[in-house]
Design a protein around this ligand. Structure first.
Ligand SMILES: [Zn+2]
Length: 99
């Protein structure tokens, strides 16, 4: 039996693999974004961030600047039980805010 390749490449900060939790909560590369978007949520739990509406939006903004967007989407859908339709609507609405 083969284990699917689900490992993430190492983050450029070399503090760990580039995962949702790493980028949102730990990575030193994104400390400015974290302070702006995640710190106001007053939680150190990546699950709490992703399962709250405000946290989800903050996380999306952060993740859009990284290369783990696809991984993040899958995780949010798992946590919130969201549909593909919801996701597409949110993407449409948030596109203007990118850059
Ligand atoms: Zn990092």
């Amino acid at each position: 039996m083969r284990v699917p390749e689900a490992t993430s490449p190492d983050c450029k900060c070399s503090e760990g693999a580039i995962t949702v939790e790493h980028v949102l909560m730990k990575c030193s590369k994104w400390s400015a974004e974290r302070e702006e978007l995640i710190t106001p949520l007053h939680t150190t739990s990546v699950k709490e961030v992703l399962t709250s509406k405000a946290g989800g939006r903050a996380a999306i903004k952060m993740i859009q600047r990284t290369k783990i967007l696809e991984q993040f989407k899958a995780m949010v859908e798992q946590e919130e039980g969201r549909t593909t339709k919801d996701r597409e609507e949110e993407e449409e609405g948030s596109e203007e805010e990118i850059e």
